[in-house]
Design a binder for this molecule. Structure first.
Ligand SMILES: CSC[C@H]1O[C@H](OP(=O)(O)O)[C@H](O)[C@@H]1O
Length: 350
């Protein structure tokens, strides 16, 4: 990755702490925050200081580790009670990205499978598992990049929405891993970056990541996506995802669904890039994906000033769901799901 601090870093041993880039301050300020308790991690996830489905899962895993630092290491019963409390608490931070629940459930299974260990040994085991989740995501993103770059060999211009880069994952990202890997292979793409209202993850984060890597990036308003497609500037769209149902319906940042429909209308392939930890095979379709509703102020007071009348009614869903029929393929660390059918999803992920 470019010369910048890790998005997420564990400092020390079992009694150490989590260090995060505060993404709400980017691109103007690169500041890291130290998280020494579960409440600080919860707030960081809720306020998108750390964000992006895989990054949320990784941060929550370390959040459990810091949350367990208050227990008496000689009392396993107290450990089990506190663990359940911390895991359930962190699960309330945001509802859509399944990686949060996937990571917490993985820790829940670890604790249940090791009921005979001491509290002290269990705390050490939790840290090891959080580090494993972190390291696995790093590898999954690189594999996604390799499979995805192969789809773009005859493409010069691509469009992406929101941020599915190193800031949303352990290191290389999902959608951006495809662009970074293409560059590593000598194929320099021109990336059109949707600013991604209302929180501007595209303008603030994706443009920043691409420029750090000297990848040509052109920032556009979300409303300009159809025009750049019509002008032939893009030949493919690649985004991330936050939760993918068994039939391939995919939840991603609000505005993704409209881009997928636009891509279909212009005969442009729309690809989702996501690790297996973003799939939720327990749900049959995107209709079952919980969509986070966020505060009105994110829309009425964007850009640091009031841009709407006092008291105006606001609708602010943070995600939408793209039906599988609009998705040309889903790029995973295990390979490319094409066509996107339940049979192929289960075969690749299940
Ligand atoms: C690689 S997952 C990135 C995914 O998460 C973003 O949502 P948020 O910024 O609200 O966490 C967006 O949906 C990205 O595609």
């Amino acid at each position: 990755m470019a010369n910048r601090p890790e998005t997420i870093e564990w400092i020390g041993d079992t009694d150490g702490y989590l260090c995060l880039i505060d993404q709400t301050l980017l691109p103007v300020e690169l500041t890291r925050i130290d998280c020494r308790d579960a409440e600080t991690v919860w707030e960081a996830i809720k306020m998108l200081r750390v964000r992006g489905a895989p990054a949320i899962g990784i941060a929550a895993s370390y959040g459990v580790v810091v949350g367990m630092q208050t227990v008496d290491d000689s009392d396993r019963a107290a450990f089990d009670d506190r663990f359940a409390e911390v895991a359930d608490y962190l699960a309330t931070s945001r509802p859509t990205a399944v990686n949060l629940f996937w990571a917490l459930d993985r820790l829940r299974k670890l604790v249940a499978d090791n009921s005979s260990l001491s509290a002290a040994d269990m705390r050490a085991k939790l840290l090891d598992e959080a580090k494993a989740i972190h390291a696995e995501d790093r590898e999954m993103c690189h594999s996604i990049g390799r499979f995805g770059a192969g789809l773009l060999e005859n493409v010069s211009g691509v469009l992406t929405h929101c941020n599915a880069g190193g800031l949303a994952t352990a290191e290389y990202g999902t959608a951006l891993s495809v662009f970074f890997t293409a560059q590593d292979q000598g194929h320099n793409l021109h990336v059109f970056v949707d600013e991604t209202r209302p929180l501007l993850q595209g303008a603030r984060l994706t443009a920043w990541e691409l420029m750090q890597r000297d990848i040509k990036a052109t920032l556009i308003c979300d409303s300009m996506a159809a025009q750049v497609m019509r002008e032939g500037k893009v030949q493919a769209v690649v985004t991330g995802a936050d939760r993918i149902a068994a039939n391939g319906d995919s939840a991603n940042k609000i505005g993704t669904y409209s881009i997928a429909v636009l891509a279909k209308a212009h005969g442009i392939p729309f690809y989702i890039a996501a690790p297996s930890s973003t799939f939720d095979l327990a749900i049959d379709s995107g209709d079952e994906i919980p969509i986070e509703q966020r505060a009105a102020i994110e829309i009425t007071n964007g850009f640091g000033k009031q841009t709407a009348p006092d008291g105006v009614e606001v609708y602010n869903p943070a995600f939408d769901v793209t039906p599988a029929k609009y998705i040309a393929a889903i790029i995973t660390e295990n390979g490319v799901i094409d066509p996107v059918t339940k049979e192929n999803v289960v075969a690749m992920i299940g």
